[in-house]
Design a protein around this ligand. Structure first.
Ligand SMILES: N[C@@H](CCC(=O)N[C@@H](CS)C(=O)NCC(=O)O)C(=O)O
Length: 228
């Protein structure tokens, strides 16, 4: 199997955690995609994923699966023991719901802040993002504020439950961990009063599949290096 991604980005981190948790790392060939030079927007990549984003999983028979959640579902079910996306209908429903809340309330808002409120991946990608860039920065900043405003929701959940979707570590935790690591890297840390969220994050950071993984984004230094 091949995974097209760019190490250090939040969605690549999600899949790499899943691979480690499922013991599948040695079955994957990683292909690095040059996001700053917009390789993900070129015809060869768009033929695999018309959305123009990493990660993409390519199976040995040529089947292509994109979207981190879909890739996770595939990988999680390979051994017939889906520990990350739920075994029972109840578990599946709750994990799906909570992970989607994480994406909508935090991850996607942080992503918008990164791409519109900061230099993001550089100017080369702007034509694929918005035809007219005026007002983009303000909108991006509002999305960042929205992500920060939504963090207490997860703090309240984690004050009552050990993990985002209940008693067990799941895709919902992986998504929230990656979102918060990304947020931290671009200057949106967890507020000090959100103690349950911070405690949950340090607990999840100690899980072997997560340990020592950074949620760093592509930072201004990278852009400068690539002259973007
Ligand atoms: N919904 C997608 C989001 C993927 C995504 O946003 N990928 C980012 C990297 S973390 C990307 O490819 N960014 C490059 C771009 O937007 O051009 C998923 O869950 O896989």
């Amino acid at each position: 199997m091949k995974i097209y991604d760019r190490e250090g980005t939040p969605n690549a981190a999600r899949i790499r955690i899943v691979l480690a948790e499922k013991g599948l790392e040695d079955q994957i060939e990683f292909v690095s995609v040059d996001l700053i030079r917009a390789e993900q927007k070129q015809p060869a990549f768009l033929a695999m994923n018309p959305i123009g984003k990493i990660p993409v999983l390519e199976l040995d028979d040529g089947t292509v699966i994109s979207e981190s959640t879909a890739i996770t579902e595939y990988l999680d079910n390979l051994d017939g023991n889906p520990t990350l996306t739920g075994k029972t209908p109840r578990e599946k429903g709750l994990i799906h719901m909570m992970q989607r809340r994480v994406e909508m309330m935090v991850l996607e808002a942080i992503d918008d802040y990164f791409h519109y409120g900061t230099p993001g991946l550089g100017k080369a990608l702007r034509p694929w993002r918005m035809p007219d860039w005026s007002g983009a920065k303000e909108w991006g900043e509002r999305r960042g504020a929205q992500a920060v405003q939504n963090m207490p929701y997860f703090n309240d959940i984690l004050a009552k439950k050990p993990f985002v979707a209940g008693d067990a570590f799941s895709l919902a935790d992986i998504s929230l961990w990656a979102a918060l690591a990304f947020a931290d890297a671009i200057g949106l840390p967890i507020a000090p009063e959100l103690t349950a969220l911070a405690a949950w994050r340090s607990k999840v950071s100690d899980i072997p599949a997560v340990k020592n993984r950074s949620g760093q984004a592509i930072l201004p230094e990278d852009l400068a290096r690539f002259g973007a």
